[in-house]
Design a protein around this ligand. Structure first.
Ligand code: PMP
Ligand code: GLU
Length: 395
């Protein structure tokens, strides 16, 4: 019998973290690895944000803060939602956590009972299904089809909702596909959800700023404000402000749910780091041109990388409108090689023969694909393409 709890025995380690740890180990052992596995901006945190953190340390902001975040950061988040998203929240509707990841986890623990179902559209971010299981509930996957741009349709949603459905997790721009729900797609999903008043909605908008689609960025609540009483928006500073290591994310939603999430946080991590909260407030309140500069760089890399990947035989890299991941199908490559059984074998083969680290699509519920992060310089991406193309053509 396992010494470990059944809940933890049910889950896998995060594939994105495992892959990047492997790449780091190989690099530490002196191997020349091009690492496209981990999803974090390669840019440094903007200087004015670092300065605000140093100032906070000097001013003695080095103690526990309120469980749900400092009043300054919560005010900055309320102002951010008004400025960027045309959404109005009170301070009591905001919770600051150690990353959007913890906000999501708090939400799942606060909402879910055993036997509850949570709808997770695939391809999904690796952590959603396992977080749902950790919270004692059941992930129910809807496969977003290539012909629907890897997004789910209203009909598919309707066919999957049951009396046991408690929550759906939406993520746009998506990790790993970079696809974005349009207003009309959100409206169609919202119309179905209106018929199921017991179902909550989590909108993971963490890639909001890394977006180059037509028209302004839209979240579900812009299109379906009537769902506000059961929608929790999750966001953070990790991606848009290049602040992954500072570990600040936040959630906004109905006060009773936020209060329950705060209770979970108060019994687990107490609060997010005080210095990081000061830095996050500076990021949200300060000049926003750094966000735009990084967005433009990601868009330029996307243009190059998608085209270059599509030049490789057997690779099909679809268009996308945001985030910083290419999620091409390598089915043509796998089919052409008997020695490669699937995307996991291919990712291992590329690591060994091309020295390129990627994440297998099956970790995102989409076998046959690989995820390659383009949060890296153009030169680095050119080298990755040279290596992948060279290994596949020569091997
Ligand atoms: N959601 C998605 C879709 C992500 O890719 C990430 C990246 N780790 C997160 C949430 C969590 O971000 P963080 O905890 O760094 O705020
Ligand atoms: N979200 C990033 C990724 O998908 C960071 C790693 C993680 O937290 O999973 O690679």
């Amino acid at each position: 019998m396992s010494r470990i709890s059944q809940r933890v025995d049910l889950i896998k380690p995060s594939a994105t973290i495992t892959v990047s740890a492997r790449a780091m180990d190989l690099q530490a052992a002196g191997k020349d690895i091009v690492s496209l596995g981990f999803g974090e901006p390669d840019f440094d945190t903007p200087q004015h944000v670092k300065d605000a953190a140093i100032e906070a340390i000097r001013a003695g902001a080095t103690k526990y803060t309120q469980v749900d975040g400092t009043p300054q950061l919560k005010a900055a988040i309320v102002a951010k939602f008004r400025r960027d998203n045309e959404l109005e929240y009170e301070a009591g509707q905001i919770l600051v956590s150690n990353g959007a990841k913890q906000s999501l986890y708090n939400l799942l623990v606060a909402l879910l009972n055993p036997g509850d179902e949570v709808i997770v559209p695939a391809p999904y971010w690796v952590s959603y299904p396992d977080m749902v299981k950790l919270a004692g509930a059941e992930p129910v996957i809807i496969k977003g089809l290539p012909e629907h741009d890897y997004k789910i349709t209203a009909r598919e949603l309707e066919n999957t909702l049951t009396d046991a459905t408690r929550l759906i997790i939406l993520n746009s721009p998506s990790n790993p596909t970079g696809k974005v729900y349009s207003e009309s797609e959100y409206r169609a999903l919202g119309e179905v959800l209106t018929e199921y008043p017991k179902v909550f909605i989590a909108c993971d908008d963490i890639y909001e700023h890394i977006y180059w689609g037509d028209g302004p960025y839209r979240t579900l609540l812009n299109v379906c404000p009537e769902l506000a009483s059961r929608t929790v928006v999750v966001n953070g500073v990790s991606k848009g402000y290049a602040m992954t290591g500072w570990r600040i994310g936040y959630a906004a939603g109905p006060e009773d749910v936020i209060k329950a999430m705060k209770k979970v946080q108060g019994q687990s991590t107490s609060c997010a780091g005080s210095v990081s909260q000061a830095a996050a407030a500076a990021a949200l309140n300060g000049p926003q041109d750094c966000v735009e500069e990084m967005r433009q760089a990601f868009a330029e890399r996307y243009q190059y990388f998608q085209a270059a990947l599509n030049e490789i035989d057997g690779v099909d890299c679809p268009d996308c409108e945001g985030a910083f991941y290419a999620f091409p199908s390598f089915k043509g490559v796998i089919k052409a090689r008997e020695s490669l059984a699937d995307d996991v074998a291919l990712a291992n083969w590329l690591l060994e023969h091309a020295g390129v680290s990627t994440v297998p699509g099956s970790a995102f519920g989409a076998p046959g694909h690989l995820r390659l992060s383009y949060a890296a310089s153009l030169e680095y991406l050119e080298e990755a393409v040279r290596r992948i193309g060279g290994a596949l053509n020569g091997g």
